[in-house]
Design a protein around this ligand. Structure first.
Ligand code: PMP
Length: 330
């Protein structure tokens, strides 16, 4: 019989699939790694597992302990999933701008969610950072993973994501592309691939235009999960050889194309990473093998990226041409 002992045993070992239609003449092989096939639906399941293992090992998390983290997204889901299986309580703090659906996912896994006002300064005690710090201090046995600084985030990618890519490409990968948020994915995966290939694999970061990683000041952008207005400790800027900045418009257009043309329903940071990969691959030949990590699925963005009205309200054009009923009838 072939089965997993627990859902946690299914984290990682995500497949690679070749892009075929959105390549627009690029000669290199472009493979995407589908992190939405993790049990919690994103690459963050990997860091959650590693962070909790390490906290148990270091005695920071003891039986009956509580995990407290300011997060509303994928990291919360990963932590909630692993915490539930190991018998820990989870308290997540998120600002009130976070949609109800996202909070409901966390609660469905058994986490508690504390909502804080968005319209306060980040250093205010009412801000979501302030409230999570206080909860971590006041709840007995509380452990705060702090994904932006926890070295186990990048380490999880060094130990799993990197070796998987090397194994599944028979060591033939020539380029690795990933978006940068905490920087954990690119730092850990990139470090492994550089080491194992004697520095042959080229590491390329993708970043929203305006974010600090590509030289911006933190100017707002709409792609979620990537880009920052500060330099996280989980990010080692010496690992990527290059950072490519991508506009929201290009990221969203590619995200829509991936669903429509490749059957790959992913989030906006995945579209962004594919745009960066295809730009990098434009000058490459047929022997090059570019691997792009797609961090999460598109279900969480149906009301935004996949909603023409939402796109138009931000001044982006709607679905790619040829796919509206009006186009079909024209
Ligand atoms: N995309 C999404 C949707 C994310 O949630 C994250 C994590 N913040 C990233 C990309 C970036 O990954 P990392 O934090 O490892 O840089």
């Amino acid at each position: 019989m072939k089965y997993a002992e627990t859902i946690i045993d299914l984290v990682g070992n995500t497949p690679l699939v070749r892009l075929n239609r959105v390549k627009d003449g690029v000669a290199a092989t472009v493979l995407v790694k589908l992190e939405y096939l993790n049990p919690g639906g994103s690459a963050k399941d990997r860091i959650a597992t590693r962070i909790i293992d390490a906290a148990e090992h270091d005695g920071l998390l003891k039986p009956g302990g509580t995990i407290v983290e300011p997060t509303s997204g994928n990291t919360g889901v990963g932590l909630a999933l692993v915490a539930q299986q190991r018998g820990y309580r989870c308290v997540f703090v998120c600002p009130d701008k976070v949609g109800e659906d996202k909070r409901n996912v966390l609660m469905a896994y058994g986490a508690e969610v504390v909502v804080t006002p968005t319209a306060v300064a980040p250093d205010s005690p009412e801000s979501y950072y302030g409230v999570s710090d206080r909860l971590a201090r006041e709840i007995p046995g509380a452990f705060k993973p702090n994904q932006y600084a926890n070295p186990n985030g990048p380490l999880s990618h060094y130990e799993t994501t990197g070796p998987e890519i090397w194994r599944d490409t028979d060591g033939k990968v020539t380029h690795f592309v990933a978006g940068v948020g905490t920087g954990g994915t690119i730092t850990g995966t990139g470090r492994y691939l550089r080491e194992v290939s004697n520095d042959r694999v080229r590491i390329i970061g993708a970043d929203p235009e305006g974010s600090v990683f590509s030289g911006g000041t933190g100017r707002p952008y709409l792609v979620e999960g990537v880009g920052e207005d500060f330099w996280p400790e989980a990010y080692d800027p010496a690992i990527p050889h290059e950072i490519i900045a991508v506009s929201d418009a290009d990221s969203f257009a590619m995200t829509r194309r991936l669903a429509l043309e490749e059957g790959i329903l992913v989030g906006g940071s995945s579209g962004m990473a594919v745009v960066a990969a295809l730009r990098a691959a434009a000058s490459l030949g047929p022997d090059d093998i570019v691997v792009v990590l797609l961090p999460d699925g598109g279900r969480g963005y149906l009301g935004k990226i996949f909603n023409d009205k939402w796109l138009r309200s931000y001044g982006f054009s709607n679905a790619p041409a040829g796919h509206t009923v009006a186009d079909l009838l024209a």
